[in-house]
Design a protein around this ligand. Structure first.
Ligand code: NAD
Length: 261
């Protein structure tokens, strides 16, 4: 636990399920007040809020699409009106849709880039504006992926978006280092969330995925939330512009591993 997180206020996009939800629940456990976000699933969102409140935490939600201008500002305004300030901004929302590149519809490409990369830009921009205007040494966390470095056939737009998140995170970290605003990324490997539902429900596919991961374990959302808690805490106070990989070794060129000799 990180006692210094108690009473801080965090905004987390795409937090009705998956990693965003796990981060929200971990932050709430740390005593962080959370402003959550969902696009359509109000019932799911309400359940997350009820769970947090039942455990003694404080949470509110804002409906909206991260690719639309204005959502991030609305979430920050909500943080300020409900909890008095904003300290941590987590750009988590992300999507993936499989397509062969030579057949990829422009709409598909745009949806992925708009959500994963432009959505991150819009969140970062709003958070920076708030931190700079109020001289707050704030904390920004961007959800990347191992596919910021591992190529991903069938999802080339996704890999392009996460490669973009990687360099955007580093560049922003450098630009705002004098303001003591920290900006870091998290690169999960394969984690058991709704985004991987199909794989998790197909025993053959699941086995294949486990075989690919050097530790042979698919990750749990709590393991990513733990990284998000550490990055928000003072324990990581000298870390900025970094991407923390939490991937069971997936980014370590597994084909060179001892089992493939
Ligand atoms: P998920 O599909 O379970 O949850 C994604 C959340 O984002 C959902 O709540 C969804 O409603 C929301 N969302 C999607 N598009 C949105 C939009 N335009 N506006 C607002 N909200 C939107 O996925 P997840 O596994 O929890 O993924 C979260 C993040 O982690 C994504 O950025 C994803 O790329 C990244 N990631 C996940 C994995 C994994 O294995 N699960 C691995 C690497 C990276």
């Amino acid at each position: 636990n990180y006692p210094e997180l108690k009473g801080k206020v965090a905004v987390i996009t795409g937090s009705s399920k998956g990693l965003g939800r796990a981060i929200a629940e971990r932050y709430a456990k740390e005593g962080v007040h959370v402003v959550l976000n969902y696009r359509s699933s109000e019932d799911e969102m309400n359940k997350v809020i009820e769970g947090i409140e039942a455990a003694g935490g404080k949470a509110v939600a804002v409906k909206g699409d991260v690719a639309e201008e204005g959502l991030a500002e609305k979430m920050i305004e909500t943080a300020v009106s409900e909890f008095g300030k904003m300290d941590i901004f987590v750009n988590n929302a992300g999507v993936q849709v499989e397509a062969k590149t030579h057949e990829m519809e422009l709409d598909n490409w745009k949806k992925i880039i708009d959500t994963n990369l432009t959505g991150t830009f819009l969140g970062v921009r709003a958070a920076l504006k708030y931190f700079v205007d109020h001289e707050i040494k704030g904390n920004i966390i961007n959800m990347s992926s191992v596919h910021e470095v591992i190529p991903r056939p069938g999802y080339t737009h996704y890999a392009a978006s996460k490669g973009g998140v990687k360099m955007f995170t580093k560049s922003v970290a450098l630009e705002y280092a004098p303001n003591k605003i920290r900006v870091n990324g998290i690169a999960p490997g394969a984690i058991d969330t709704p985004i991987n539902e199909e794989t998790m429900q197909d025993p053959e596919e699941k086995k294949g995925l486990e075989a690919l991961i050097p530790t042979h374990e698919i990750g749990r959302p709590e393991q990513i939330a733990a990284v998000a808690a550490w990055l928000a805490s003072d324990e990581s106070s000298y870390v900025t512009g970094a991407t923390i990989f939490a991937d069971g070794g997936l980014s370590l060129y597994p084909s060179f591993g001892p089992e493939n000799k």
